[in-house]
Every structure is written in C-alpha cells, then in structure tokens.
Ligand binder design. Structure first.
Ligand SMILES: *[C@@H]1O[C@H](CO)[C@@H](O)[C@H](O)[C@H]1NC(C)=O
Ligand SMILES: *[C@@H]1O[C@H](CO)[C@@H](O)[C@H](O)[C@H]1NC(C)=O
Ligand SMILES: *[C@@H]1O[C@H](CO)[C@@H](O)[C@H](O)[C@H]1NC(C)=O
Ligand SMILES: *[C@@H]1O[C@H](CO)[C@@H](O)[C@H](O)[C@H]1NC(C)=O
Ligand SMILES: *[C@@H]1O[C@H](CO)[C@@H](O)[C@H](O)[C@H]1NC(C)=O
Ligand SMILES: CC(=O)N[C@H]1CO[C@H](CO)[C@@H](O)[C@@H]1O
Length: 432
C-alpha cells in the first residue's frame, strides 16, 4: 500500500517536473507560458554523436547546470543509437538540445547546390529519433551553407529542406518542433539571407526560426562597435516575424574571454527583439574555443591518444578565467521577457529580397526547388531564374575553403581538413 502510494506520488512528481516543450509565438520562444531565452553552449565532444555516453552526459550536464546553461547545440548525431539516457540527463538538468539534422555527407552545399531524397531521408531519420524528447528544442536544416553573394543560389535549397522537414514533422503528427537555420554572419549577406528565410505568405515554406554564428564582439567592445546594433536594426527595421538568436558566439582574441556581449544579449540592448545565444564551445580542442578540458593535451602519436591530443571524456575541468568569467556574467543575466498570454503580436513576414547580381542572386518570385532538383548555373544565367533542373549527376563537389565570418565553426574546420578528414575520422572511430 505504502509502496504503491509512494510510486504513484513519485510518478506524479516526475510528471510535474517534466521539462516543458519549446514553441514559437510571433518572434519569441516560449516554454510553459514564459518567454524562453537560449543560454547555450555548443557541445560536440566526438564527431559522430556526443549523446550516447550517459556517464559523460551526467558529468557535463551537472557543471553546465551550475552556471545556468539551459541549452546545448549538437551538430552531429547517429540516429540509430540510443539517446534516452543522455536526453533524460540533460532534461533533468533543465537543458534543451538544439540539433543539426545534417551529417558530414548529407549537408547542403554552396557549390552545386541540390536537395534530394537521400538527404531528406537522412535528415528525417534524425527527426524520427529525436522528436519524442520534450527537451529537443529545435532542429537546424543547415549550418553556414552559404557565405558569398553568388553562393546565395544555395539559399532556396536550404528553404526547400525546411519545407520538406516541416512537412515530414506534420505528416508524422509530431509536435510543432521549431525548424530553422544557422547562418554564418556575413554582413553583406545578412539582411537578404535572413529576410529570405522568413519571407513569403505560405508558412509551410518559411523557417520557424533563424540564427547567426557571429564572432564580431571581441575583447573590450560594445553594442555599437561590435556591430550587434546592426543585428538588432536588421530585425526591427522589418519587424522580423520569427525568433532570432546567436547559434554560435564567443571571440577568443584578445584573451581572456570576458563574454561582455552577454550583457547586451540578455540586457536592455537586445532582449526585446533577440532570443539569446550559444557560446562556442564546451570542449577544449585544437581550435582553442573550449570552456572546459578533460585533462592536459597529450602526444597525439601516443598509444590510444585522441587524434588531436585533446582528451574527449572524463571530469570537466573549467578553463580559467574563461569559464568563471562566463559563469559570473550569466549569474546576473536572467531576463524574464513577456508572458505568452500577454504577447499577441501582429507580425508579417519581411518581403523577399530582390535579385542583385553578385550580392543576392535569388529571384524574389522564384518557386522553391522541388525535391531532387540540382542547381543549374547555365540555365540560371539564361533565364535569370533559380536555375531549375531535375537532371544531372547530383554530385556535390567537396566544399573547398569557403571562409565565413565565424572562426569557431566545427563544420568549417572539419571541412577545411578536406581529404584528411576521412583519415582523421577513421582514426577517431578506431580510437573510440
Ligand atoms: C543526393 O545527393 C548525394 C550527393 O550529395 C548523392 O550521393 C545521392 O546519390 C543523391 N541521391 C539521389 C536520390 O539522387
Ligand atoms: C562564386 O564566384 C567564385 C569566384 O568567381 C567562384 O569560384 C564560385 O564557384 C562561385 N560560386 C557559385 C556558387 O557559383
Ligand atoms: C504552401 O506550401 C506547401 C508546401 O510547398 C504547398 O503544398 C501548399 O500548396 C502551399 N499553399 C498555398 C496556399 O500555396
Ligand atoms: C542591416 O545591417 C547592415 C550592416 O550589417 C546595415 O548596413 C544595413 O543598413 C542594415 N539594414 C537595415 C534594414 O537595418
Ligand atoms: C521588439 O520587441 C518589442 C517587445 O516585445 C515589440 O513590441 C516590438 O514589436 C518588437 N519589434 C519587432 C520589430 O519585432
Ligand atoms: C566578468 C568577469 O568575471 N571578468 C573577469 C574575467 O577574467 C579576468 C582575468 O582574470 C578578470 O580580470 C575579469 O574581472
């Protein structure tokens, strides 16, 4: 009797304490009736999936929780693996997951853009595996796919991916999980790209949220000098209709990192029209962006050493003073925003940007690519259209060193390793 009473009470407690799902209303995120601001950290300890080893997830989630982290961003997962324990561990710590749907061989490319059935299936597998977790905050259909004016021809392929993944989500009866894109913050592309991702009257064809990887606030700067003021201007000038946040931030030069930008992001400069930020990144590795380490770097040539010499598991040790600096900032920054019930905006999507040669090469009136479409430059130059063609061999060229504004991006670093990547990854899996 007592046992069953106890277990009923515990079951009730679990239900009450379960993490609330995140939804979009107007240009803001909400969880359980309160506005949600992303206070996140990028988390990719190992290339293929950091959400399998629950002991590791527990060690990291505990330390993240201590400093007020409510989100992590994960770039790559293996949809066939079991993530129940890690997802619960993060949920129990009050931490949501923002997850990229692509993998190294399925991402949408700036060179020879295409969007096809294979990509859709692989993206869908990740969604099918993760939709059931209440702390799955949102999905990205791409990360820094385009970085140049003429590369903007790839933007419709990103939007087509969002369209098809939203359709998959709805056809499967999954909850309204927000689907968005994570852009390299390139000033000359910014207003066009972010307006394009939200534009159009058909919400089945527009993104649910937009985000930027921005590293423009370095050292002793301010709202104006860093250009964050332009981030806000580009949002308020058009009455941007979907949530927007930084999906990567955290310049590392000059040292030490002081995370001064958090004061603007979560203070009066930005909170009214911005939804937070994700710090790049948790683990210390070759790029030097880590907030914690799992021990000193070892000789990569040593027996069972990690490929880059940076340990990838264990008890997280804060990097000082960077980690305490972030902790000190975040402690004082907890915007409450608005209540969902008190927020009833009347926002309309921004206009689709006009075609401008070498600046924004997408026609405002062009239909989105159909599934299986491959960008055809010859046809596009003849017709001024989005270059529609369903023929071709579908081979994406390996992306060369297209450099964006965001020095910390995992994707770009791995890409820039080029051919070496295959070897590195192969070595990695053996080592694991
Ligand atoms: C889709 O494109 C990839 C290259 O990115 C290719 O390997 C694959 O075969 C294509 N799938 C279809 C169905 O065309
Ligand atoms: C953009 O222009 C550069 C330089 O002319 C060229 O190398 C690149 O292939 C072009 N990109 C696309 C997507 O057409
Ligand atoms: C909206 O977009 C979806 C997906 O492309 C399409 O199936 C639907 O017909 C569109 N609705 C309207 C009213 O155009
Ligand atoms: C958007 O920001 C850019 C700088 O990145 C600025 O030049 C431009 O005027 C802004 N556009 C609007 C509409 O605010
Ligand atoms: C900025 O946020 C305020 C407060 O929520 C809102 O009243 C205003 O409409 C927002 N502006 C835009 C352009 O979204
Ligand atoms: C905000 C904050 O905690 N800043 C500190 C970051 O680290 C340096 C170096 O230890 C300190 O001088 C700052 O006060």
């Amino acid at each position: 009797m007592r046992t069953s009473f106890l277990s009923t009470a515990l079951a009730g407690l679990t239900a009450v304490n379960a993490i609330s799902t995140i939804s979009v209303k107007g240009s803001k995120f909400f969880a359980d009736g309160d506005q949600f601001f992303v206070k996140g950290i990028a988390y990719q300890l190992v290339p293929d999936d950091p959400l399998i080893d629950n002991t590791q997830c527990g060690l990291d989630a505990a330390l993240m929780k201590e400093i007020g982290t409510n989100s992590i961003r994960v770039y790559h997962v293996d949809p066939t693996a079991d993530h129940d324990d890690c997802m619960k561990t993060f949920a129990d710590a009050g931490i949501y997951i923002w997850l990229d749907l692509d993998t190294f061989d399925t991402q949408i490319e700036q060179i020879s853009p295409h969007w096809n059935q294979t990509q859709l299936e692989r993206f869908s597998e990740v969604m099918d595996t993760f939709h059931k977790y209440d702390n799955l905050a949102g999905f990205f259909v791409g990360n820094e796919v385009l970085t140049t004016g003429n590369g903007s021809v790839a933007a419709p392929y990103v939007k087509a991916a969002a369209r098809d993944l939203k359709a998959h989500r709805d056809a499967k009866g999954y909850r309204n999980i927000p689907i968005g894109y994570s852009a390299a913050d390139i000033a000359t592309l910014r207003p066009m790209l972010q307006n394009y991702m939200a534009c159009g009257t058909n919400m089945s064809e527009a993104l649910d949220f937009y985000s930027l990887n921005a590293y423009s606030w370095c050292g002793d700067s301010n709202f104006k000098q860093s250009g964050y003021i332009d981030l806000i201007k580009n949002v308020t000038d058009v009455g941007y209709n979907i949530p927007i946040f930084l999906s990567e931030t955290g310049c590392i030069e000059p040292k030490p990192r002081t995370f001064e930008d958090q004061e603007s992001l979560f203070g009066s400069d930005m909170t009214e029209n911005w939804s937070g930020a994700i710090i790049y990144e948790w683990i210390m590795e070759a790029n030097q962006y880590g907030l914690i380490s799992y021990g000193d770097k070892v000789d990569p040539a040593g027996a069972s050493a990690p490929p880059d010499g940076y340990p990838r598991s264990g008890t997280p040790t804060p990097v000082s003073p960077d980690f305490p600096n972030l902790s000190n900032r975040w402690k004082t920054l907890s915007p409450s925003g608005v209540k969902e019930s008190a927020y009833n905006p009347t926002l309309t999507p921004p206009p689709c940007p006009a075609f401008t040669s070498l600046v924004w090469e997408v026609n405002a009136e062009s239909a989105l690519p159909t599934l299986g479409q491959i960008y055809n430059a010859q046809e596009a130059s003849k017709t001024g259209s989005a270059g529609s063609s369903a023929t071709g061999d579908g081979q994406a060229n390996p992306s060369p060193s297209t450099k964006g504004a965001a020095p910390g991006s995992l994707t770009r670093e791995l890409r820039s390793m080029g051919v070496g990547l295959v070897g590195v990854l192969a070595g990695f899996f053996i080592w694991m």
